[in-house]
Design a protein around this ligand. Sequence first.
Ligand code: ASP
Ligand code: MG
Length: 849
Amino acid sequence: MTPLRVLKFGGSSVGAADRLIRVTDLIARERALGPIAVVVSAMGDTTDWLIDAARVAAKGDVLAADPILDRVAGLAIDTSRGALRELLRRSSETDSASDPSDARAPHPDIPAHVTSLLLPLRQVLTGVALLRQCTPQTLDLVLSFGERLSASILAALLPLAGLPAVFVDARDWLVTDDRFGAALVDQDASHDRLAALRPGWGDVVAVHTGFLGATPDGRSTTLGRNGSDYTATLLASALRAAEVQIWTDVPGVMTGDPTILRDAYPIARMSYQEALELANFGARMFHPRTMVPLIERRIALRIRSTMDPDAEGTRIDERGAEAAGPTCVTSLEKLALLDLRWRRISHEAGVGARVLRALEQAGITVWMANQAAHGQAVAVVIPQESAEQASAAIDAELALERARGEVDSPGVRAPITLLTLVAERMDPRSAAAQFFRALGQVGVPVRAIAQGMSSRSISCAIDGGETALAVRTVHAAFNFAHEEISLLILGHGTVGAQLLAQIQQQQAALRKHHGIALRVVGLADRARALFEPQGLELGRWQAHLAEAPALASSDTLTALTPLLDRLRRLPAPVLVDCTAADGMGPVYAEAFARGIHVVSANKKPLTLGTGPDGQLRAAARSAHAAWRYETTVGASLPVIATLADLVRTGDRVHRVEGSFSGSLGYIAGEVMRGVPLSQAVRQARQRGYTEPHPRDDLSGLDVARKALILARELGLTLELAQIHVHPLVHSDLLAEDDLERFFTGLADYDSTFAASLAELKARGRVLRYLARIDLAPDTGEFRVRVGPIDVAPDHPAATLKGAEAFVAFTTERYEEYPLVVRGAGAGGAVTAAGVLADVLKIAQTLRGR
Ligand code: ASP
Ligand code: MG
């Protein structure tokens, strides 16, 4: 026989008609799998309302409590009426086919039931009003009506769903002491009573009230707020159940606060110890003592979602998860940090202990306490709402010391958030180092660190305003879900627009198959910028950008610095430069200074004078920021990476030769086929192979820049001016700024160009535009040349087609047969893919950290 399971449903699961129906369905479904018992909380906010009712009654005005009670009754009636109607509708559908005179469950008269159940409550409140006093004992009696309502209603509805059920008032078996409001349970006595009652229910579904108990002499008690979970685990222990299922509206214990993290996800398995740790550090999911009955009897606890009943949820048991690693990050907000510092060495010993005792006596929860070893400084983290009361309690306790001028009143800092990483199966030292490093990198100041860090968790107090950033950072740093990458993209021309499209297309697959969450958090052009830490809506960036406010400054650096300041506070920040703009060097410098990684498709910052360029590299290095720029030579072809590997592995490069201008390669190919020069250039531009003004290609300047980037990758200290550049056409033709006039000028030159080409063809040669870096064997100096060259038909460049590019590395190792990289070397799509690859490589390196 399947062992018994206990199902607990919280207040929100039974607080609306459709939800209540869902609960009856779930109970039916689970019952079909084996025997179950059910525990429910009061509907919705009933408990809070009952507390209000008692409070106003205690002021002497019983009439003021009436509307509140009406609200309690109204919720119960509306909810159960709605559910009843649906259950009846369903049973009439199934009944119409069968015998109408069958033994259908009688319709419960719910309004009458609610009214009669609440009658004694009205009497109790009248008593409260007359006495003008509501003792904790009375309050517990008042609160008991909430669970009695919900459990009795559910038990009355279940038969209509075909499930015989019985209502069990847990006050009949759950024996407690008389600490009203938070009574302590006598487990043995409770077990005995339950054992005696149980045969009375047979195998129908028993629906127990959560939260409630009674003293041995029958006075009502409660187990403390949210105590229904505890009822469920006590019941499970008494019945020797195999499992407790807490049904709620979240998918399980999450890896972090889902209101802060978009990629928080339910933890599949965790151990009792981790759950206890979580409970201690503010996961409001369970109270530590809830776990106790389970641990004793090794009963598993499962958190499941009524919204997604087929999901596994979180299972908490003795074993926990198999794999090592952190479990989750919790953030307990709305706290205050009280800080006491001694001005003079005190004579008194044990002041810290006195402070804690004073707080305990004032009934204030202390979430974290930190006492300097010499005893002359104490910091405590307490609920923000208790800050004043706590200060007063401490002042009273230390009145003498204050009078002697040894200590001031505590400094109060609020709001404070207690951030905790639960990591049972981690090396605590490395976890702590990584935890604090991650916070430090994004500039979150740590206000206090828990002194007696348990080996299962690490906590610290941070400013409340930093909560979201800190949670996201820690969540990302420990790879709970994915490596999160935050991208600020500059420029949305051919490359930028393609990149945005590719990211949109790849995002889901990257997340699913590679655990990388790429988030485009910002997009800027010269005029406008969008920034959204949660990520832009990639399908609609055009419209959103058009509506975005204009940049505050026309100066690139001034305009972008505030964006960099925001970017640096997000996980794994990367600046992606898809512009061809001048003046980006200082922007990169500011990015590196903030620990932001940079991916450039823009060649210009890489070809600045050696001074600033050298400084940029050094800046990147000292900030441990990555700088990748593979697409600056040969689009996404692995040219830079290949060369870097050769250099790194100690090969000696003799020559680098290549046609790595997709545009000039394409133009050369076209003119060789007989296309007039001006037309070939126009086509190249239309296909996105050229720079915005094709002169930058025809002048050879673009190729020269690429050659310079390669030369510098080789380790040469070289300036752009030192490269010998021969333009494809005479430089006079290139002076024209206006595009149309430029093309007209070029057309006039077509026939001259064609004539020289005919002569070249007659010699059996092929026109190409090449860059060459040669090592002069005698001097050991490199020479970099760029220009049009006629090559033999068997030269690798001669067979290039379209925008194909090639680079040949002749080295000591690749002497006889050079290492050749060849393929499409221009175009928005391949360049964007190369940029994306650079971003992903950064993600990979980060993962390894
Ligand atoms: N109804 C009680 C409360 O609101 C107990 C519970 O929900 O678990 O605290
Ligand atoms: Mg509750």
